[in-house]
Design a protein around this ligand. Structure first.
Ligand code: EPZ
Length: 422
């Protein structure tokens, strides 16, 4: 298992290109199952999660060509050879559940392994299943698999009210609704940019969708969808992550392709903390105004609130802020595993249930730390950039799921960072 060595260094200066969104690509790829026409995704990120989704789709019979070094994915599901998403692949990545809705909508049946939990929480899929049942699916859970079939041979439009916001359940239901008979209304739907991106791609394929980006999405089912070419939206979580690098180290970094609308709530918090964010013709520029970062309180919420996927990274910034910050994690039940690792670097963090209280210290100290999940791993790297001495982050396979070429991107701005093959 590889590790990453970081030597605390001074301010960062330069430009970092932001890739296409992992969490958009992971729902756009299964959309190929809705049609036998070609679906081409451009601006695709080069990540291990994308390779896992590729493997899963290929196991169903989808042809996937990875072109231009992985930035273009050409998918074609003109003839599925299987409707079973096997545990061995699903257990590696929860987003695998997103093949259920499309397969059910197109062919009326599917067998999908229940995804296991993961480090940050149990992460059940009950909302996915309830939405599909409302649309006329018969679901039998046995031997760890969801055995699904459309009772009337084809899903039926329905009014689906989610008891709380779920990104994945919204995505599964939205894809399923495009081929259902009649009208589907998704209420209390997720509003994330990745949902908007999916709706735009489905519309290019011929779907009749209105309201994406709001809490109510209305879909008129059609009898078939065509192909499309669609650019994956910019990754707002990678964007926010790298915006924190100059915030933590000082200096000035331009994030190429960055869009302020994707990270508005996050930018508000940066502004309160004393970080200047400005728009440029190529994206966003970030610099620490002057002196020490100020402590701020953070509450994670569904979009457009502060994203849970930036909570760990924000905590890395607040570890050396002037004052005490309180971070409340409202989306996942166990998403503070980076806290004890940051404490090994000298951070002062007290975790009680879903709340972490961070008392800022002048400077962290390098240490050997361990990545526990995707976003925790990158928060440790951010903390190490300005820490005194050397930090070694182990188990960086977590990192490779969601960040391409971290050492290159940060190294190009002056960070002393290298990968140690393990
Ligand atoms: C998506 O996960 C993202 N993953 C997550 O990003 C992100 O943290 C999350 O949305 C919230 O924004 C992908 O898009 C691949 P949810 P998802 O359904 O869809 C509970 C990353 O770091 N819930 O919105 O699984 C669930 O346990 C990853 O890139 C149910 O109880 O998130 C969680 O507590 C991590 N039943 C909350 O709802 C369900 O049926 C929100 O989950 C579904 C979810």
């Amino acid at each position: 298992m590889d590790s990453i060595l970081v030597k605390g260094n001074g301010p960062l200066n330069g430009a970092i290109p932001i890739a296409g969104a992992k969490n958009a690509c992971l729902t756009l790829m299964p959309a190929t199952l809705l049609t036998d026409a070609p679906l081409t995704l451009t601006n695709a990120p080069r990540l291990s999660d994308i390779r896992t989704m590729t493997q899963l789709l290929q196991s169903l019979g989808t042809e996937v060509a990875s072109l231009q070094g992985g930035q273009v994915l050409a998918l074609s599901s003109h003839g599925l050879t299987s409707h079973t998403a096997d545990y061995d692949i699903v257990r590696k990545m929860r987003a695998s559940i997103l093949v259920l809705g499309p397969m059910l909508a197109r062919d009326g049946h599917a067998i999908v392994s229940l995804p296991g939990g993961c480090a940050i929480g149990a992460r059940p899929v009950d909302l996915h299943l309830r939405a599909l049942e409302a649309m006329g699916a018969q679901l039998d859970l046995r031997d760890g698999y969801i055995h699904a079939r459309a009772k009337a041979g084809r899903l039926q439009g329905a009014i689906v009210e989610f008891p709380f916001v779920s990104v994945g359940a919204t995505e599964n239901a939205l894809m399923a609704a495009t081929l259902a008979r009649g009208t589907t209304v998704l209420k209390n739907a997720a509003r994330e940019p990745e949902i908007v991106d999916l709706a735009q791609c489905l519309r290019r394929m011929g779907a009749q969708i209105a309201g994406e980006g709001t809490g109510t999405i209305t879909v008129e089912g059609v009898t078939g969808l065509g192909g499309a070419t669609h650019p994956v939206v910019t990754d707002r979580i990678e964007l926010g992550t790298y915006m924190l690098a100059p915030a933590i180290c000082g200096g000035e970094v331009e994030l190429l392709g960055g869009r302020i609308d994707l990270v508005a709530a996050f930018c508000e918090k940066l502004d309160q903390a004393g970080i200047a964010v400005s728009e440029t013709p190529r994206g966003l520029k970030v610099a620490r105004r002057n002196g020490r970062v100020r402590a701020v309180d953070v509450v994670t919420e569904p979009f457009p609130g502060f994203p849970t996927d930036l909570q760990a990274q924000m905590m890395a910034l607040l570890c050396t802020a002037d004052g005490t910050s309180v971070l409340e994690e409202r989306i996942f039940e166990n998403r503070f595993m980076h806290a004890p690792e940051l404490a090994r670097m000298g951070a002062r963090i007290e975790v009680r249930g879903g709340t972490a209280t961070v008392t800022g210290v002048e400077r962290l100290k390098g240490a050997r730390v361990m990545a526990t999940d995707l976003r925790a791993s990158v928060s440790l790297i951010l903390a190490a950039l300005a820490a005194e001495g050397e930090t070694v982050v182990s188990r960086v396979y977590h990192l490779d799921r969601g960040y391409e070429r971290v050492e290159e991107k940060l190294g190009a701005c002056g960070a002393l960072i290298e990968r140690i093959p393990g």
